[in-house]
Design a protein around this ligand. Sequence first.
Ligand code: SF4
Length: 400
Amino acid sequence: MAAVPTLSYSSARTYQECPLRWKFLYVDHLAEAPRGYFTFGRTIHAALEELVRPMVVPVVRRAGGKESQRTLDHYASGRPAAGGTATSTEEEVLEIYRRAWSSEGYTSREEEERYRALGAEILLGYYRLLAERPPTPVAVEEHLEATWNGIPVHGYIDRIDRTTNGGLEVLDYKTSRELSHDEALRSDQLSLYQVLVEKNYPDPVEGLTLYHLRSLTSLRSPPRAKDSLDALYNRLGEVSDGIRSEAFDPSPGRQCRRCEFQSRCPEFRLVPAPDQKYLADLVDRFARLRSQEAKIAGELERTAAELHRAAERAGVHRVPGSRAVAIRRREEEWRYPLEEVEGLPRGSSGEPLFRLDRPEEVRRFIRNPEIDPELRRKIADSGRRQVRWYWELEDPDAVD
Ligand code: SF4
């Protein structure tokens, strides 16, 4: 078995979607081509981190009593009062944005400019909100690790705020076009972040928020209940077990459309030229036999019945052919439908007072002199014999 993998939300989701794709990414470390959409997300996250980090008021974390991983002292921008911001003008915000920008992965100049304008709008709107309603962050872009009942997990948390009750609020930024409140309620990502924060901080998590950046809207949900966390733990356990046992089968589905590893995937890989004819012939033969399978089964039954009638007319049980000898065998079975027998001793709700499940038990009952002879006769009379004939083939040349 492989070592227990440290799971993040996205790596677990990748494995759940397709174990083979997970292997390509996390074991073989194959790179995917950059995509503008993801570059945009990273750029916005980096700019937001720079905007909010000066506001962070660090708190003590559980492990070893350390402060939150990065404190204001780590930043050259200085230490403004809590609840304030080190960035004082919109021009400074745009300067942060310019520094964070990367052109990687955009398919055209137009696409890049469209995203650039969208990002500026998001950041300026976010900055104005920060000034109007300053949050009380205790951490931004925080990397947290924990072992959850034996499963190592980790994640980068966009922002953790102090609530007015003294608890913690976990926020995850989303640059997606649409986002619903239902997604915040069901988000496995937020559930995992709750676990990470609870294991790293002494204060309780009081809220989980997906923050929709395009509309600057918080979609808040209460912390997850135990049964919901248990369900997530079980799903992560299945992922962890699968990875440890190196179960990396492809799982084709909608995710294949955006998978860049189709040329390496057995579900999509083309048959190598030298094997094409051989494999194509095998497929054709298999398909032909499959289509004949049902027809042959019916034909076999009809031939056996015809052979049976002809052998019965001739009064024989062994019928030689040119390649084998057919031997007629007989199998019989007795059935006693006790439910139809009158006068059987029964309980108050009509159930038989004795159980006779198998024909041998019934026959023993019938032979028992201690039982009323009239009742035994009725049961014996109810018996029906079922005879089944079948054929065996014997090789005439076989030597014992
Ligand atoms: S192409 Fe589909 S099945 Fe193959 S690795 Fe990619 S996601 Fe998995």
